[in-house]
Design a protein around this ligand. Structure first.
Ligand SMILES: Nc1ccn([C@@H]2O[C@H](COP(=O)(O)O)[C@@H](O)[C@H]2O)c(=O)n1
Length: 291
């Protein structure tokens, strides 16, 4: 039945633990209508591509590597940090508790490095526009359909919010239904980045952030489509009160064999090495179609 409803689910990249459950949730969401729906999504490697032509795509922390806003020394240090800490972030034999101190170290060092670069706010948009930031194929349809149907899209990212906003603004998809919750830089009176604001968000404290910021969630929207790429993204909807239906879609981009077991047992739909938004788009198409 699911394949009849949404033929795209036949794609080879799609894996499900319980296809009947997925079918039920999607049908419930379709019946309840778009006025009850909100989408909560991670950004880096979820809405953006993981790789293109075999090369890793930059995350918001690394987008400025193609610009002159940061020094060569800083780029090398940021790359070294990524090479050291990313394998820890995705290590399937370590618990989240074991990973957290490493993630705090990573974010602290990376933010310090970025702040040392004295990045100017007025140069950021151009630098991001000239960068290699790549959204997943189908991004325009995804953002536009949500906008056309007045469905809120909450982006919950441990990346750099200022850069994230420039990426989506540069692609003409920063519609009024989009809200971003992320790490933002603070600027001095000359418009130079001088600190990061508030509490740091890293890959594994999004749940705490979500609970502390429940005003971010639209509480009369009790159906949630959640998109993520790490186990830390699974709880991003924990601040939603009176949740009726949630469908969690996880992008499994890397180290597939090692991590499949964990992803299939926690995400309702796992998309393996799928650089597109075809499946979220097909599900939204079904839910938003006027019957
Ligand atoms: N210095 C850093 C720190 C983190 N990352 C990666 O960015 C991702 C965070 O953003 P989300 O939108 O996915 O929450 C995170 O998963 C890290 O892999 C980085 O590249 N550099």
């Amino acid at each position: 039945m699911l394949l009849k409803m949404i033929p795209e689910m036949n794609k080879v990249s799609v894996f499900m633990r319980d296809r009947r459950h997925v079918e039920t949730i999607i049908k419930n969401m379709q019946r309840a209508g778009t006025s009850t729906l909100q989408v909560i999504s991670d950004f880096d490697m979820t809405l953006t591509r993981f790789a293109h032509n075999g090369v890793h795509c930059p995350t918001t922390h690394n987008v400025l590597h193609s610009s002159t806003l940061i020094s060569e020394e800083c780029k090398t240090k940021m790359r070294d940090l990524f090479a050291h800490y990313y394998p820890i972030e995705i290590n399937s034999s370590m618990s989240e508790e074991e990973k957290i101190p490493h993630m705090v170290e990573w974010w602290t060092q990376a933010h310090d490095l970025l702040i040392q670069q004295r990045i100017r706010k007025d140069q950021l948009a151009q630098a991001v526009r000239n960068s290699g930031a790549m959204l997943r194929e189908g991004y325009k349809r995804f953002f536009d359909v949500l906008h056309q149907n007045s469905v809120p899209l909450l982006i919950f990212s441990a990346g750099v919010g200022d850069i994230l906003e420039e990426v989506i603004a540069g692609h003409d998809i920063f519609h009024p239904n989009v809200r971003v919750f992320s790490n933002y830089m603070d600027y001095d009176e000359e418009g130079v980045a001088c600190a990061f604001k508030g509490e740091m968000i890293h890959s594994f404290n999004k749940r705490e952030g979500a609970l502390q910021n429940t005003q971010q969630f639209i509480h009369d929207r009790t159906n949630v489509l959640l998109l993520g790429d790490t186990p830390g993204d699974l709880n991003m909807a924990d601040g939603v009160q009176n949740l009726h239906n949630i469908l969690r879609i996880g992008f499994l981009n890397d180290k597939v064999d090692e991590r499949m077991k964990q992803y299939i047992s926690s995400y309702d739909i796992v998309l393996v090495k799928d650089e597109t938004l075809d499946i979220p788009n097909a599900i939204l198409n079904y839910i938003t179609a006027r019957k």
